[in-house]
Design a protein around this ligand. Structure first.
Ligand code: AMP
Ligand code: ZN
Ligand code: FE
Ligand code: FE
Length: 291
């Protein structure tokens, strides 16, 4: 196994950031500039269900002396829970993974149209309003509908939209297709990547996948958990740290930056250098980009 020279990624590492190739508000290059401005030295771009931002972000990072890890946040679903699986350093041309992300992105569009139709019964909102908020590259999601609601003057910002109209309890929500987490972990691992469950404990125990199911994911090749994330509960973090230690898993910490779409700032949570090294050592699907 290649010796990983850890000085190549010394300094704060933030392994979960979004650009406008999914539902962040900034281009991949701007995300890199923002990360650097906030003191981040190693970063991963993890757009939802797509990898098209890698080249621009990688180039920008390397030209600025930063280390770049290619990544993605794959949408999955366990029963009624939305589960996000971060994949790092996988082969972006893996046919199974490519097919699955195409299917998810395609279904997300029809689903967004259904949500907009539901909202349109009570508010002056149309599909064109949402299209006006997306770039051709975007993985369409509720954040774009939120931006359309803001543009229409119906809500003030994304947060107000998510707390209100876009919340499932309001009745406009529609689900989208997403694979089972076992499939998601298997695909990322098959593609030579490392699978890390994103923000696994966001709102109390009932939102967390049952521990026996998490153990099945570990048996399937799960690499670890994103523990330091602003939405994980403190008790959930303790539980995850224990499971991670028992199974010698990787633990990460990240911002989940979405540009001006969320309050999260680059570098607000970071990943230990030794954990970055383990990610790189374990992955075989693609290479980090070093300055
Ligand atoms: P979707 O995948 O289309 O259901 O939308 C969920 C996405 O919206 C996630 O990527 C979140 O990061 C983002 N999101 C969730 N809550 C908020 C919020 N309060 N403000 C902005 N974005 C949010
Ligand atoms: Zn997002
Ligand atoms: Fe997420
Ligand atoms: Fe995210």
């Amino acid at each position: 196994m290649a010796v990983v020279r850890s000085h190549r990624f010394a300094g704060p590492a933030d392994l979960h950031l979004h650009s406008n190739h999914s539902d962040g508000t900034e281009s991949p290059r701007e995300v890199v500039r923002q990360a650097q401005a906030h003191g981040v030295r190693t970063l991963a771009l993890t757009d939802h269900d797509r990898t098209t931002g890698w080249d621009a972000a990688g180039e920008e990072a390397v030209s600025r002396g930063l280390t770049f890890l290619p990544g993605m946040e794959l949408s999955a679903k366990h029963e009624w829970r939305s589960v996000h699986v971060l994949g790092y350093l996988f082969d972006p041309a893996h046919p199974g993974l490519v097919a699955e992300t195409q299917r998810i992105r395609g279904d997300r569009i029809g689903r967004a149209e259904r949500i907009v139709r539901n909202i349109g019964r009570d508010y002056d909102l149309h599909w064109d309003d949402v299209l006006a908020q997306t770039t051709p590259d975007a993985t369409v999601g509720r954040p774009h509908i939120a931006d359309a609601l803001v543009a229409r003057g119906i809500v003030r910002d994304r947060t107000e939209a998510f707390d209100g109209i876009l919340h499932p309890r309001e009745g406009y929500y529609e689900p989208h297709y997403a694979p089972d987490p076992l499939t998601a972990v298997r695909l990322i691992t098959d593609a030579g990547g490392v699978a890390i469950i994103a923000h696994p404990v966001t709102s109390g125990r009932d939102r967390m996948m049952p521990i026996p199911f998490i153990e099945r994911l570990i048996a399937e090749g799960l690499g670890g958990f994103e523990i330091d994330h602003r939405e994980n509960t403190e008790s959930g973090k303790r539980t995850l740290r224990r499971i991670a230690a028992d199974h010698d898993l990787i633990v990460t910490g990240s911002s989940d930056y979405h540009g001006s779409g969320k309050p999260n700032l680059p570098g607000e949570n970071t990943t230990d250098e030794r954990m970055v090294a383990r990610l790189i050592e374990r992955a075989t699907g693609s290479e980090p980009r070093y300055p």
